[in-house]
Design a protein around this ligand. Structure first.
Ligand SMILES: NC(=O)c1ccc[n+]([C@@H]2O[C@H](COP(=O)([O-])OP(=O)(O)OC[C@H]3O[C@@H](n4cnc5c(N)ncnc54)[C@H](O)[C@@H]3O)[C@@H](O)[C@H]2O)c1
Ligand SMILES: O=C(O)C(=O)C[C@@H](O)[C@H](O)[C@H](O)COP(=O)(O)O
Ligand SMILES: [Zn+2]
Length: 359
């Protein structure tokens, strides 16, 4: 088993990564919690809820709440119903919330924990590849129809218990989604890591040891950044590479129409294109795109209104005075934040979306 400690402004917590550790969750908790609410989704509940429940002793009161699987659950109604569940279960400030699932459950349950009684403890038990990113760093949120994660908080968990055995049941689309954030971690940190991912070819044929290597490196990149800049006043913005357009696409298509990682993948390609123009640098754009095609990323999203996308990009949390701020690359491993002029953005987006469909 691997463990990484993350220091925050208010506490420190450990990210434990290993096989079968969902069966022994209390081992990773520093306190005894008399009452616990496990929040999960309808798919994960059938697979892993009993394992996690059974890991607690019989004198602990365990409540469960199951939300529909998918991005659409990160909304105000699910949030409010979960708060009601906390009240009905008489949770208090000594209780624990467990987020058992992917990034949707992690963000939603984390925001419930951050809000209920102005904050109670919670633990992340991630079950997707993408959640190597979402479970670390304490960003919790729900979506607004006008934009992703516009309602949220920075609220670190007490622990992250990442049982990588759960990844074996993931469908292909979710492996693909998670790999977009792994690629992102490679692009912002280290060319060798990035090359290792794309040269390995098909993500469905990877050996367990290669997958684990990519995953652990991704967690290490994320951990190092969030520890230095927990509340995103500077370099944490680099973790948003690909998200300015990615989030706009998710919201514009309707939450859940494509996965977060698939939208981020398109956003990564666009960020590379803009970087090429702004910094007059060559990037392995075509090789990355070929890798994405080979792995069936949906790159031909059609019918997107370019003006609407730009309007949404301006509502992104990095915006300043209605100007789009994008994370770009000076080179691989050297990210930066750059204000992109409206006219240039429109020109590049128009060209990019046309090329995306055609080549
Ligand atoms: N807080 C952060 O720092 C952060 C970082 C990245 C992404 N996110 C957020 O994470 C969300 C996406 O997370 P996600 O990709 O994990 O999506 P998700 O939570 O919707 O999970 C994807 C799908 O896989 C299913 N699933 C989960 N675990 C499974 C398993 N082990 N076996 C089989 N099926 C399983 C789920 O039921 C769901 O249908 C987005 O809302 C995104 O904004 C947050
Ligand atoms: O942890 C971060 O910081 C990130 O930006 C990680 C992203 O992968 C993640 O999707 C995050 O939720 C985006 O944050 P947001 O502030 O743009 O909503
Ligand atoms: Zn993301």
């Amino acid at each position: 088993m691997d463990s990484i400690t993350i220091h925050t402004s208010t506490n420190q917590y450990q990210v434990h990564i290993g096989q079968k550790i969902r069966h022994k969750v209390p081992v990773f908790l520093s306190k005894h919690y008399p009452s616990i609410l496990i929040i999960t989704d309808s798919v994960v509940a059938d697979l892993y809820l009993e394992d996690v429940k059974r890991s607690f002793s019989s004198e602990q009161q365990i409540f469960t709440a199951i939300v529909p699987a998918g991005e659409a659950s990160k909304n105000k109604d699910c949030f409010f119903d979960l708060i009601t569940k906390c009240i009905d279960s008489s949770l208090d400030r000594h209780s624990l919330i467990i987020a058992l699932g992917g990034g949707v459950v992690g963000d939603l349950a984390g925001f419930v924990a951050a809000s209920y009684m102005r904050g109670i403890d919670y633990v992340q038990i991630p079950t997707t590849l993408l959640a190597h990113d979402s479970s670390v760093g304490g960003k919790v949120a729900i979506n607004h129809p006008q934009g992703k994660n516009l309602i949220g908080s920075f609220y670190p968990p007490q622990a992250v218990v990442y049982d990588v055995e759960t990844l074996y049941t993931l469908p292909e689309q979710e492996i693909r989604s998670g790999y977009a954030e792994i690629i992102k971690h490679g692009l912002i940190s280290d060319e060798v890591y990035f090359e290792d991912i794309i040269q390995n070819g098909s993500i469905n044929k990877l050996s367990n040891s290669i997958l684990m290597d990519h995953l652990l490196k991704g967690i290490a990149v994320k951990a190092e950044i969030v520890e230095k800049d927990e509340k995103e006043s500077g370099q944490r913005q680099y973790l948003n590479l690909g998200h300015t357009l990615g989030h706009a696409i998710e919201a514009e298509l309707g939450y859940g129409a494509i996965t977060h990682g698939e939208a981020v993948a398109i956003g990564l390609l666009f960020a590379m294109k803009v970087s090429e123009t702004v910094y007059s640098e060559d990037f392995p754009y075509q090789r990355l795109k070929n890798w994405m095609k080979k792995n069936n990323y949906p790159l031909t999203v059609t019918g997107l209104d370019e003006q609407a996308l730009i309007g949404r990009m301006k509502k992104d949390k990095k915006s300043k005075n209605q100007k789009v701020q994008m994370v770009l690359l000076k080179s691989i491993g050297k990210p930066c934040v750059h204000e992109v002029d409206d006219r240039l953005l429109m020109e590049l987006l128009h060209k990019f979306l046309r090329e995306l469909v055609n080549h």
